[in-house]
Design a protein around this ligand. Structure first.
Ligand code: GDP
Length: 532
């Protein structure tokens, strides 16, 4: 039972709306089937009516903006979108994350705005590198994960082997909720272990009714060799796999596992129905001075992403704002503690699969797009209170650092503008060494660098080159004792830079250098993330 549901049945609108919100993301390795699954979920939610529209939407969007040509050339999706849909009484917000590994920072930040995730695995490939990285981020925040093992209409690995892999590589208890009877050419259907139902698989798109029956009865309808195997497996599953434990799931230590085929729309409805039942409503968000409950009447939320220049003719931006508490109404005045300013939100955008609309109201868990001219940054809190600040939206230490060289020194101001804007958007991180006036940009992947160069050129008409910098990686430095920190900075000036908020950063030549400096300075904290 959801904690937010009131027990006398006469809950307020706020309690009711919170209880039915499910805000989630899909994490997967490229090609595991995230796009296909997204499309099928939207179809079930009635948010789109024809298959193929998710891709079509992508194409329309691409034509809007020049920089998206990178996306076109490489056939990858760069931008994050939000999709609202309803199903079975629940209001879902699906936050799309770019799949390519070089955009992990953007993806990581998006994961700070969800309450649950679906992890899609390709039945043939199991856990892949990108799945693993994304999972680690979910674990940092204890995000509950529902696993969908996709593509069972093709030959895949043995189901037990897949469960073992989840258990071993992710150290996560895996509980099968359904069980595939055969895979690929001999896929007969799926057994719903909790509901004791068999869902027959039809190769030609029809959807046969599920059959309520125990495994022994189902076995009678199967070819002899498969019948035997199914009975053995069903027994083993009961004995060997832990039962579903809602508490462990919500704590992020166990994952319910569903099997299916996104492409054949098999097992997808079961997944969505269960997601509504199992996934938690909006969480209590970590904040200072105290965590914020979603049912708190005062409106609050944070910006987890900024997208700029969606239309190259305007310097407009959209800040993606996750509402954390209270009922939001259009026109509301919200305070921004970082600047002390108050913003009246007149044109909040609600995102639907194909459209965006003005939002008259929104509830905790919902995502709003707030158009602005650069006043809102990633990590910003907006709220009716003036003392509140949400915590835990990290910057990640870049893995590639490059010095920026201008082709035309007269355009230095423009370069500065471009780097500031793009850093605010989270496309890059910008560092200024304290000993000279150059810029060093940091990204987490090579592709991000290409996007950066292209956007600086097309949007700001500045030609810049990225040269190797003497540094390989960097760490934010802090200490309990301010004097200690200052002495460290003074002693290592040639390796100190400031991030765009003026926070000191140690630039390391390599990991050897980093290890040495850490050992020599036990009172200094070196962090690979910086919380804003
Ligand atoms: P993404 O990169 O994770 O978004 O993956 P896509 O949804 O684009 O799928 C990658 C490829 O796998 C496409 O060719 C899909 O048609 C295919 N695919 C996705 N789901 C399934 C499935 O359930 N069965 C089969 N056979 N192919 C699938």
């Amino acid at each position: 039972m959801d904690a937010a549901v009131s027990h006398d049945g006469a809950g307020s609108d706020l309690e009711r709306e919170v209880a039915r919100r499910r805000t989630f993301a899909i994490i997967s390795h490229p090609d595991a089937g995230k796009t296909t699954l997204t499309e099928k979920l939207l179809l079930l939610g009635g948010a789109i009516h024809l298959a193929g529209q998710v891709k079509a939407r992508g194409e329309r969007r691409r034509t809007r903006s020049d920089w998206m040509s990178i996306e076109q050339q490489r056939g990858i999706s760069v931008s994050t979108a939000v999709m609202r849909f309803d199903y079975d009484g629940h209001a879902f917000n699906l936050l799309d994350t770019p799949g390519h590994e070089d955009f992990s920072e953007d993806t990581y930040r998006t994961l700070t705005a969800v309450d649950a995730a679906i992890m899609v695995l390709d039945a043939a490939n199991g856990i892949e590198t990108q799945t693993r990285k994304l999972f680690e981020v979910c674990r940092l925040r204890d995000i509950p994960i529902v696993t969908f093992i996709n593509k069972i209409d093709r030959e895949g690995q043995d189901a037990f082997q897949l469960l073992d892999e989840i258990q071993e590589t992710l150290a996560l208890d895996a509980t099968p909720m359904s069980w595939p009877v055969g895979m690929g050419g001999i896929l007969q259907g799926m057994y719903d272990l909790a509901g004791r139902r068999f869902l027959p698989y039809a190769r030609h798109g029809e959807h046969p009714e599920p059959v309520q029956a125990e495994p022994a009865e189902i076995a009678e309808r199967l070819p002899a060799d498969q019948a035997e195997q199914f009975l053995e497996e069903a027994e083993l599953v009961q004995e060997a796999c832990p039962a579903f434990d809602a508490e462990a799931f919500r704590a992020g230590t166990m994952t319910p596992v569903f099997f299916g085929s996104a492409l054949k729309e098999f097992g997808v409805e079961e997944l969505l129905w269960n997601l509504g039942r199992m996934a938690p409503p909006p969480r209590t968000q970590p904040a200072e001075p105290a965590p914020v409950e979603p049912t708190n009447q005062k409106v609050s939320g944070f910006v987890f992403k900024v997208q700029a220049n969606m239309d190259p003719n305007h310097r407009d931006r959209v800040a993606y704002f996750r509402l954390c508490s209270g009922r939001f109404e259009r026109g509301m005045k919200l305070k921004q503690p970082r600047t002390g300013k108050t913003t009246a939100v007149h044109n909040p955008i609600m995102f639907f699969a194909q459209d965006r609309d003005l939002a008259e109201e929104a509830w905790p868990g919902d995502i709003l797009g707030i158009p602005n001219h650069g006043t809102l940054r990633v990590g910003d809190t907006l709220s009716e209170r003036s003392d509140l600040r949400f915590t835990g939206i990290p910057n990640f230490a870049p893995e590639i650092l490059r010095r920026v060289r201008l082709a035309d020194p007269m355009r230095a101001k423009h370069l500065q503008r471009a780097l500031t804007d793009l850093a605010e958007e989270g496309v890059t991180q910008v560092f200024r060494p304290v000993v000279d006036s150059s810029y060093i940009v940091g990204v987490v992947g090579q592709l991000q660098l290409d996007v950066l160069a292209q956007r600086i050129e097309t949007e700001y008409k500045v030609q810049a080159r990225f040269e190797p910098s003497p540094f390989d990686t960097c760490r934010w430095v802090t200490a309990d004792d301010e004097d200690e920190l200052q002495r460290f900075i003074d002693r290592n000036r040639s390796a100190i830079a400031e991030d765009r908020d003026g926070a000191p950063v140690y630039m390391a030549r390599n990991f050897f250098d980093l290890n040495r400096i850490q050992e020599e300075n036990p009172k200094i904290r070196f962090s690979a993330t910086r919380e804003r």
